[in-house]
Design a protein around this ligand. Structure first.
Ligand code: ADP
Length: 388
């Protein structure tokens, strides 16, 4: 459906030159769902923009089905087809942006009718019938007459996907479709995309939703420094990456740290920072709540009067697992040592099956372990139980 050969794109000149894309080649077959992942600045967006004619390539070929949008000349320079050719090519693909790009002065239904009527020559009744069907498919039939401003971000993005489908594209390209959304709305949009994948729609998505890329895509491109550095099935890329930079990226862990220095610490300030951290990595609100509860309950047990406590919240994108570490004050003994719980009150409250905090903490965690650090402090590591 889509073929790209030797795509090159450079921004700036001389000292400011940036090779955003360096001889990229790939093809997308019917029914494939390709997820493009990689660090910021690796060229993902530029690749998608070049493939959708929003950006001109310096060199290479760009072909949809058998229609060339651009062909390289003998020097490799990309030579684009004329306006008519490009208009033909544009009918083959649809693009879903980060920011929805709905027409704000038109109702949702009208948003879905304009392009099919203007560009596909569809009659009004047919366009409306198709629009209603597509809105039903993305769960928005009730919102047909609403204006975009009356919809939530997640609903707007679902409407944008329906609008894209109204043009019957052969392939849909998504440019970080959930990155402008409130974390609570990410899943409804991903669910719509997952449904399309199940129906066999050919798609390509730039995303930082690792779990989604892993579970739903059929192939992954890991981009780094302007090239497709490694590609493979989700299993190959996530479970057994062959190259160093892919491994580092896949296994990276996001971390939030803070130090609590006294019993009068700023609980609300800390919770605010944790919320910001969670929002940044699209950790859903239910999980955020459980993280905060865990921190709060633990801080009831930790003997803050004995000295500083360091907290680290770790988030592994690879398997979306969350753990929380508490580096206990110097001199503080084991908290997990249940047998010794009789002395707990002196050095802090040991985890004790009889107290409420302990049962809340145990309910929130999958595993709890303690390690002794080099300077003889105890580090308690709690892994948050996963929930759907
Ligand atoms: P990603 O989507 O992976 O974050 P981008 O495709 O946005 O990466 O960017 C790739 C490289 O190209 C980066 O170094 C970026 O700074 C540069 N770049 C992207 N767009 C422009 C632009 N319009 N002008 C100059 N440099 C750009």
């Amino acid at each position: 459906i889509l073929r790209v050969e030797n795509l090159c794109k450079t921004y700036g000149e001389g000292k400011n030159e940036v090779k955003a894309l360096d001889h990229i080649s790939f093809s997308v077959n019917k029914g494939e769902f390709i997820a493009i992942i990689g660090p910021s600045g690796s060229g993902k967006s530029t690749l998608l923009r070049c493939a959708t004619l929003l950006e001109t390539m310096d060199g290479g070929d760009l072909i949809y089905l058998d229609d060339y949008a651009a062909k390289a000349d003998e020097n490799g320079k990309a030579v684009y087809g004329d306006k008519e050719v490009l208009q033909g090519v544009k009918k083959h693909f649809g693009l879903v942006f980060q920011n929805f790009n709905l027409f704000n002065h038109l109702s949702i239904l009208e948003n879905l009718c304009v392009a099919p009527m203007d560009l596909l020559g569809m009659g009004k009744e047919e366009a409306r019938a198709q629009a209603m069907e597509l809105l039903g498919m993305v769960g928005l039939a009730e919102k047909a007459d609403a204006m975009p401003s009356q919809l939530s971000g997640g609903q707007k993005q679902r409407a944008a996907i329906a609008r894209c489908l109204s043009m019957k594209p052969q392939i849909i390209l998504f440019d970080e479709p959930t990155s402008a959304l409130d974390p609570t709305m990410v899943s409804e949009v991903l669910a719509v995309i997952r449904n399309l994948a199940q129906q066999g729609m050919t798609m390509m998505i730039v995303t930082h939703e690792m779990e989604f890329a892993k579970n739903v895509s059929s192939r992954i491109f890991y981009m780094d420094q302007g090239i497709i550095y490694e590609e493979g099935t989700p299993q190959q890329i996530f479970e057994n990456p062959q190259k160093e930079r892919t491994r580092t990226f896949i296994n990276r862990i996001r971390e939030y740290r803070c130090t609590i220095r006294s019993k009068d610490y700023d609980l609300y300030g800390m919770q605010g920072e944790m919320t910001r951290f969670c929002n940044k990595y699209f950790i859903n609100s239910n999980t955020q709540f459980r993280i905060q509860l865990l921190a709060e309950e633990m801080l009831h047990l930790v003997p803050l009067h004995m000295g500083e406590v360091e907290i680290a919240l770790n988030y592994s994108e690879k398997n979306s697992s969350i753990s929380m570490e508490f580096l206990l004050p110097k001199g503080c003994r084991s908290i997990l040592n249940l047998e010794d719980s009789g002395n707990g009150a002196k050095d802090g409250n040991y985890l004790n099956p009889d107290n409420l905090e302990t049962s809340i903490i145990q309910g929130l965690c999958d595993s709890m372990e303690e390690k002794v650090t080099e300077d003889n402090r105890i580090k308690l590591i709690l892994t948050l139980r996963k929930q759907d």
